[in-house]
Design a protein around this ligand. Structure first.
Ligand SMILES: C[S@@+](CC[C@H](N)C(=O)[O-])C[C@H]1O[C@@H](n2cnc3c(N)ncnc32)[C@H](O)[C@@H]1O
Length: 282
C-alpha cells in the first residue's frame, strides 16, 4: 500500500458508510482495486454515494465464482439465482454423460453434449455459469432489452455461446425446436403494484421490463411455459426461478402447458425454482 493509501481508503469507507452502504469496507476495497486512476476512483465513489448499485459502478458482478460484466441499466444477477444454476447444471450434465437417477430425476443416457437456452438472460450470467460448469454445452441466450443483449454478448463470448434479441422465443433459431435439454429462465416476477416497495437500487437503476411480472407477477412465466413444450427435447427440463408466494402459480402455468412441475427450494439462499418435465419426476 502506498503512503497515504490507507488514509484514502479510510476516507472512502467513511463516505460510503455515511451514504448507507452496509459493507463499506468491502466496497471501498473493491472500488480501489477496480479503479484505473485516482480520478477514476473518486468518480466511482461519487456514483456509488449517489445510489448506483455497486455492480454498475464496478462494471461487473461476482456470480457463481465468475466475473460477469454488468453495464448500466442491466439487471444485476442475484446470489439466490445460484440455486437455479445448480439445478440447471445437474440436468445439463445428465444430457452430456450417462447419469443414474438423482433426487430431481436428473438422469440421462448421455448424448455427449447439451443444449442450454437462457431466456430473459439479462447479462447472461445464468447461462454462462451453467455452460461453464458442464462439458460440451451449446448455449443460446435471448433478451428483449438491447442493453442486456450487448452485455450478454460480452459475457457469453467466454463460453462460445450465441445471444439473440427479441421477445421470449421469437429470436431463437427454429433449428432448436425439440432439442433444448435445459431451458433456464429468471424472468421478471415482481407484481406490478409491488415495484414501488423494491429497494431504490433496483427500482431506480434496473429497467421496469427486468422487474415487472404483471398483475400477479406470473405473466412472463405463463408465456414461457405455454411455448416451452415445443422447444424442449423429449427429456428436456424447463427451470423457472420464482418466489415463495408465486411458486404455485408458476407451477400451474407449467401444468397448463402439459408439463409436470416440481417446486424446489433452497432456504439458505431464499430461492425457489420450479422444474417442469414431460413426465413425472421420480
Ligand atoms: C429479472 S431479470 C433477470 C436477468 C437474468 N436472467 C439474471 O438472472 O440475471 C429479467 C430479464 O428479462 C428480460 N425480459 C423481460 N421481458 C422479456 C421478454 N418478453 N422477452 C425477453 N426478455 C424479457 C429483461 O430485459 C431482463 O433482462
Amino acid at each position: 500500500m502506498t503512503p497515504g493509501a490507507a488514509d484514502d481508503l479510510a476516507a472512502i469507507v467513511t463516505k460510503l458508510r455515511a451514504a448507507g452502504c452496509v459493507f463499506a469496507e468491502d466496497e471501498a476495497r473493491l472500488l480501489a482495486a477496480t479503479a484505473r486512476s485516482p480520478a477514476d476512483l473518486a468518480a466511482m465513489v461519487d456514483r456509488r454515494v449517489s445510489g448506483f448499485p455497486l455492480e454498475h459502478v464496478l462494471g461487473w458482478a461476482e456470480f457463481c465464482g465468475l466475473r460477469i460484466a454488468v453495464s448500466d441499466g442491466v439487471f444485476v444477477p442475484r446470489r439466490r439465482s445460484e440455486f437455479l444454476v445448480r439445478q440447471a447444471v445437474a440436468f445439463a450434465a445428465a444430457a452430456v454423460a450417462p447419469v443414474p437417477a438423482g433426487p430431481l430425476g436428473e438422469s440421462g443416457p448421455g448424448r455427449g453434449h447439451s443444449v442450454i437456452v437462457d431466456l430473459c438472460c439479462g447479462s447472461g450470467a445464468i447461462g454462462v455459469a451453467v455452460a461453464a460448469a458442464v462439458d460440451n454445452a451449446e448455449l443460446y441466450a435471448a433478451d428483449i432489452e438491447p442493453a442486456a443483449v450487448a452485455c450478454a454478448r460480452q459475457n457469453v463470448a467466454s463460453v462460445g455461446g450465441h445471444v439473440f434479441q427479441g421477445d421470449l422465443y421469437d429470436p431463437l433459431p427454429a433449428s432448436l425446436r425439440g432439442r433444448v435439454d435445459v431451458l433456464v429462465v429468471n424472468a421478471p416476477y415482481v407484481p406490478t403494484s409491488e415495484i414501488v416497495f423494491l429497494p431504490p437500487e433496483a427500482r431506480l437503476h434496473e429497467p421496469a421490463v427486468a422487474l415487472d411480472g404483471g398483475v400477479d407477477g406470473v405473466d412472463v412465466h405463463r408465456r414461457v411455459a405455454a411455448e416451452a413444450p415445443g422447444w424442449l427435447a423429449p427429456d428436456g427440463r424447463l427451470l423457472i426461478e420464482t418466489s415463495a408466494r408465486q411458486a404455485t402459480k408458476t407451477a400451474a402455468a407449467m401444468t397448463a402447458s402439459g408439463l409436470v412441475p416440481v417446486i424446489t427450494r433452497d432456504d439458505d439462499l431464499g430461492a425457489i425454482v420450479v422444474i417442469g418435465s414431460r413426465g413425472a419426476v421420480p
